[in-house]
Design a protein around this ligand. Structure first.
Ligand code: MLT
Length: 428
């Protein structure tokens, strides 16, 4: 028998169908709620609201499960590459060898950006945060490819925009960094793979040979896979809501980059490193800082602990912790902030205060440490997250479009003044 939910308002009962996802999750379909009852739902932060039906990513926060298109994140991180995972997220299936070759070549053919982009870049002072520069350059593509503004773009046209997005992202990201350090930009070297190409554009200096370290390139590839999608998080919801107005792929993703920038979202990994540095500078007494985190009257809070949807552990954090250990050992990095991080982790996992509140380390806790070991500066951490999240944003934007979803337009409960008469300025 079909399941339904009953809502009673002023003694009158209304029935709403329950929809079931492929993993058994239930959602009350309240599509007709306002029309039938005159009421809306109120859900600050959308903690209980399913905004869409999606076939891209499955996440079970209680069990710590994350899957892209049905494949476990553990298996993808161990066996796949970032471009393979990008293809999977965007087109729904793992590519064949031929498909991956074409996809990779198509991307290579579009890594260059228009020379006039450099004029835009030159307009930014070197004090600009690379995330702001990245979002601006990404959106600027609408000016160079005005055909992307057509809401009824053909399938081939959309494919080209997808390829351009993936191809130019590492170029924009590396250039945003070069702008911040005041160095000349490097052009993409298409003899290299996706991550190596980015590393060379980011780190190579004029007239100096830059040797790609495969340990660094592989670790980066894995990090990008771990960040590639995370269902309806803040930046993805932003991409979907902007895309629902039929804005172009470039402006929708630019909006996602801006949403990711905040310290409560992608900016969290940067906050973790700043916190570890602060503890180190103070002498490294982790007990003192744990006590501060527990003290209600102390504004200090542990960054990188707990997660809105994971209730026991973040599966990405497990993989990334192991990767951090491997990378640090292989690169011979001895990072004292890592020791502080390990001590914090150990205490927090045992202390009832953190256990009861389910505050265990999340993906941001370790990603900062590993980015640092790879030589990525702190201001670039969130940019790395954006590079990883790009295929997820693209897949979600494409799905929204293919499902012909309506424009996003939430309602509200108005709590302001009732109608009152205008008072002339002389009488106020
Ligand atoms: C993410 O990967 O987007 C973050 O963990 C935040 C989230 O899912 O809400």
């Amino acid at each position: 028998m079909a399941k339904s939910a009953e809502i009673i308002i002023d003694g009158k009962s209304y029935k709403f169908p329950i929809v079931e996802g492929s993993e058994g999750e239930l959602g009350i379909d309240i599509g007709n709620l306002l029309e039938e009852t005159g009421a809306v739902t109120l859900d600050f932060g959308y903690k209980n609201t399913g905004a869409t039906k999606s076939a891209i990513t499955f996440l079970d926060g209680d069990k710590g499960i994350l899957r892209y298109r049905g494949y476990s994140i553990e298996e993808l991180a161990a066996k796949s590459s970032f471009l393979e995972v990008s293809y999977l997220l965007i087109f729904g299936e793992l590519p064949t060898q031929e498909q991956l070759k074409k996809f990779t070549n198509d991307i290579k053919n579009h890594t260059m950006v228009h020379e006039d982009i450099k004029k835009i870049l030159d307009g930014f002072p070197s004090t600009s945060h690379p995330m702001g520069v990245l979002a601006s350059l990404f959106c600027a593509q609408t000016a160079f490819y005005p055909e992307s503004l057509d809401p009824n773009r053909s399938v081939e046209g959309v494919y080209l925009s997808i390829i351009r997005s993936l191809a130019k992202m590492p170029t924009f990201a590396a250039w945003a960094y070069k702008n911040a350090v005041g160095h000349p930009v490097n052009y993409p070297d298409n003899t290299l793979d996706y991550c190596s190409r980015f590393l060379k554009m980011m780190f190579a200096l004029p007239a100096e040979h830059y040797e790609i370290d495969p340990v660094v390139a592989d670790a980066l590839d894995k990090l990008l896979i771990l960040h590639a999608d995370h269902e309806q998080n803040c930046s993805t919801s932003t991409v979907r809501i902007v895309g629902s107005s039929k804005a172009s792929i470039y402006s929708s993703i630019s909006a996602g980059i801006n949403a990711l920038w905040g310290p409560l979202h992608g900016g969290a990994n940067q906050e973790v490193i700043l916190m570890l540095e602060q503890i180190k500078k103070d002498g490294g007494d982790t007990d003192k800082w744990i006590a501060k985190a527990k003290d209600k009257n102390d504004p200090f809070r542990l960054m990188g602990f707990g997660h809105r949807v994971y209730k026991n552990f973040d599966p990405r954090a497990k993989i990334i912790k192991k990767a951090a250990d491997d990378v640090l050992a292989k690169l011979g990095v001895n990072d004292p902030t890592l020791e502080i991080a390990m001590k914090l982790e150990e205490v927090a996992l045992k202390d009832p205060y953190f256990v009861e509140r389910r505050l265990y380390p999340n993906v941001d806790f370790y990603s900062g440490i590993i980015y640092r070991a790879l030589g990525i500066p702190v201001d670039m951490f969130t940019v790395m997250f954006a590079m990883g999240r790009l295929p997820g944003w693209i897949a979600q934007w494409k799905e929204l479009r293919e499902n012909k979803e309506p424009i996003g337009r939430p309602r509200q409960i108005y709590t302001g003044k009732n109608l009152r008469e205008y008072v002339p300025i002389t009488k106020r």
